[in-house]
Design a protein around this ligand. Structure first.
Ligand code: SAM
Length: 245
């Protein structure tokens, strides 16, 4: 079937890809890859022989018109990134937008995503969450980026590189106060680890023992008192009434 297939690939463990994604990759006319060498490993593991071409931040503007033309002519094209779900801190937004604007179907092929995997296993409150992506690396810009997030009543989720983790956790402790947090590292891989603690304690831990590999940071929402003032007032009023009878 013609269209753009936004195809999730594994975030580490090669087994984490769906039957549907493998079939789509095999049957497509073309696979657009963030890095063709990275996708070559996946293709060789699954016997996928579909032609591949690069689509990344540096060539996207130039190659997009030709891709849209192919899609309009009826091609089935898969878009993949190096890991996980395309468009999630990865290229593809403008391609999806323009494909839809051209009236060509865009079909999601769901699968692995680091932020969802981290949230599903860390034990952080999961009913509301805010994905903030990568914070800026320069201290001033990072502080500006983090400060307004303190008011969001949800678990905050960040992507971060291991080399910046300790500095980033320190900046988060300053911006958010001593909240509980988790670092989910190397998910689906051999050294998978989820470490929970107060932001300051985690910052000290990783300052002392620098983290390796890929990781997600989750900052839990500010602890709420389990009873609100209104509930407390109502309770006291009822108790007083009962006492006076
Ligand atoms: N599109 C991807 C997804 O769906 O999660 C994310 C791509 S983004 C460029 C790469 C970042 O995702 C890494 O720096 C890290 O923060 C996170 N990440 C990717 N794989 C991971 C893994 N196996 N464990 C923990 N974090 C991971």
């Amino acid at each position: 079937e013609p269209g753009l297939y936004v195809t999730a690939t594994p975030i580490g463990n090669l087994g984490d890809i769906t039957y549907r994604a493998v079939a789509a990759l095999k049957n497509a006319d073309l696979i657009l890859c963030e890095d063709t060498r990275q996708t070559a490993k996946l293709c060789s593991a699954y016997g996928i022989e579909t032609p591949r071409s690069p689509y990344h931040d540096h060539n996207a503007e130039r190659v997009r018109p030709d891709i849209i033309k192919k899609l309009q002519d009826g091609a089935a094209i898969c878009l993949v990134s190096d890991a996980g779900t395309p468009l999630i801190s990865d290229p593809g937004y403008k391609l999806v937008r323009e494909t839809r604007d051209a009236g060509v179907p865009v079909i999601p092929l769901p699968g692995a995503c680091a932020l969802v995997s981290a949230l599903s296993a860390a034990g952080a409150p999961s009913d509301h969450f805010y994905f903030a992506g990568f914070a800026p690396s320069k201290p001033g810009a990072r502080e500006k980026f983090l400060t307004p997030l303190a008011n969001i009543n949800a678990t905050l989720i960040f992507y971060e590189s291991s080399s910046r983790l300790a500095a980033s956790l320190k900046a988060m402790a300053a911006a958010f106060g001593e909240r509980r947090a988790a670092v989910a590292r190397e998910l689906t891989k051999i050294h998978e680890e989820i470490r929970e603690g107060a932001l300051g304690d985690l910052a000290a831990y990783y300052d002392d023992k620098p983290a390796k590999g890929e990781l997600v940071v989750l900052v839990y929402p500010q602890d709420k008192s389990p009873v609100t003032q209104e509930e407390l007032d109502a309770f006291l009023a009822a108790a007083l009434k009962e006492m006076s009878v």
